[in-house]
Design a protein around this ligand. Structure first.
Ligand code: FMN
Ligand code: FE2
Ligand code: FE2
Length: 387
């Protein structure tokens, strides 16, 4: 099926439902889409290519949409292989196409492709425009909205923002699911460290009349854009999205897990409406990272392990650290049979993060809950509900 954005703007993206790990790391149970677009005017502009995994299907869509014409320009908003991967094939098919990128794009491109850029590269900078006929493209640099060479393109006759990875989502295009969950997981795991550059891009976008957002992954957004832009503002400023508690648990034998199930119940009894429990041994860390950013409070609960903390908790906290987790309230539960060490190890990982408020008490369980540790757990639940 050919998806039309408008008479002149066509969707050439391809769903990849076979991929199990995006960037060899993030499970994509619903697949992922590599989006590419074509603008047909007096001049024809192709907006990005697709991952090499999808070249054949994309090439077919491209030929059909071109209807015998040739692309004049390829706009390279991002060189990451999931988007620029099919550039080599494009140049075989259409050797005269002019590549449009910025100075950083063309500095990096030879690392991926052995291409003679002479007479083929059009270098643009902030605010430059490219006339296609009745369509005009304006380029805005968005460094580190994933990679340093990223730029977005605004088409002013149809008010379309081609937003690169911004506003992207995991999941093949036809996956029936709410946008927020998988867009949040995509955002925090892929771009999370770069909140400040995303804020910079949002400021530029605020000056544009945007009616359609065409991202490089996931659905084209046409309605309710203030909602999506608002979420991006919240996420990139590291503000919690809502009140709620994520309890992230790393338990070897299951006793810490039993304790956090009780803790979750105590929180609910205390009036907490959103309490999310996550078993770090079984749930991929990317889901836990997204939930941690979603809520204003986090409780980490873990078994002690070799004088430190059970590794899946260590990994979770390292991910949070690298994604600039901050501005949250955090409680800790540790378990140990001879010398509990998990809380100390978790605190060491949390301490470098900005603006973390620690809840008291830190609960220490010795193997299984007893009267004393259960009472400490209740105090932690009370402090969490208050805080
Ligand atoms: C490889 C390994 C290393 C451990 N290291 C420690 C330790 O350093 N200190 C400690 O008190 N307990 C240690 N333990 C024991 C567990 O942390 C303890 O039994 C805890 O109660 C397990 O809680 P759980 O039932 O939630 O897994 C270790 C267990 C294993 C398997
Ligand atoms: Fe990217
Ligand atoms: Fe991407």
């Amino acid at each position: 099926m050919e998806l039309k954005i408008s008479d002149s703007v066509r969707y050439l993206g391809v769903d990849d439902r076979q991929l199990d790990l995006f960037e060899n790391q993030y499970p994509v149970l619903g697949g992922v889409s590599y989006n590419s677009y074509l603008i047909l005017d007096e001049k024809v502009a192709l907006m990005d290519t697709v991952d090499v995994r999808a070249t054949a299907a994309w090439e077919e869509k491209l030929a059909a949409a071109l209807g015998g014409r040739k692309p004049d320009y390829l706009i390279l908003s991002h060189l990451e292989p999931d988007h620029a991967g099919s550039l080599g094939r494009l140049l075989e098919l259409y050797p005269e196409v002019v590549l449009v990128g910025n100075a950083k794009t063309f500095a990096m491109l030879p690392q991926f492709f052995d291409v003679d850029l002479k007479d083929r590269a059009l270098t643009v900078k902030e605010g430059d425009t490219l006339e296609l006929g009745s369509h005009t493209l304006t380029f805005y640099m968005a460094p580190m909205v994933h990679w340093p060479e990223v730029m977005v393109t605004y088409e002013s006759s149809e008010n379309i923002l081609f937003s690169a990875d911004g506003f992207g989502k995991f999941g093949a295009l036809e996956t029936e699911e709410p946008w927020e969950e998988e867009a949040r997981r995509y955002y925090f795991n892929i771009v999370g460290k770069y909140g400040a550059p995303v804020q910079g891009l949002l400021k530029k976008a605020a000056g544009l009349d945007i009616q359609t957002i065409c991202p490089l992954h996931g659905p084209v957004l046409r309605e309710n854009l203030a909602h999506y832009i608002g979420l991006y503002d919240t996420w990139s400023s590291y503000r919690p999205e809502e009140k709620g508690v994520l309890i992230a648990c790393a338990s070897i034998y299951g006793n810490t897990w039993k304790a956090v199930e009780e803790l979750a119940e105590m929180l609910r009894e205390g009036g907490e409406e959103k309490v999310d429990l996550c078993d770090l041994s079984h749930e991929d860390v990317s889901y836990a990272v997204a939930k941690a950013f979603r809520y204003d409070r986090l409780i980490v609960a873990a078994s002690s392990y070799d004088g430190g903390v059970f590794p899946c908790m260590q990994e979770f906290l390292l991910h949070l650290q690298s994604k600039m987790y901050q501005n949250r309230t955090v409680g800790m539960v540790e378990n140990g049979s001879w010398g509990p060490t998990a809380a100390r190890a978790m605190k060491a990982l949390l301490e470098p993060m900005k603006n973390i408020t620690f809840l008291e008490p830190v609960v220490t369980i010795r193997s299984t809950l007893n009267e004393e540790s259960r009472s400490a757990l209740r105090q932690l639940a009370d402090a969490c509900v208050r805080g």
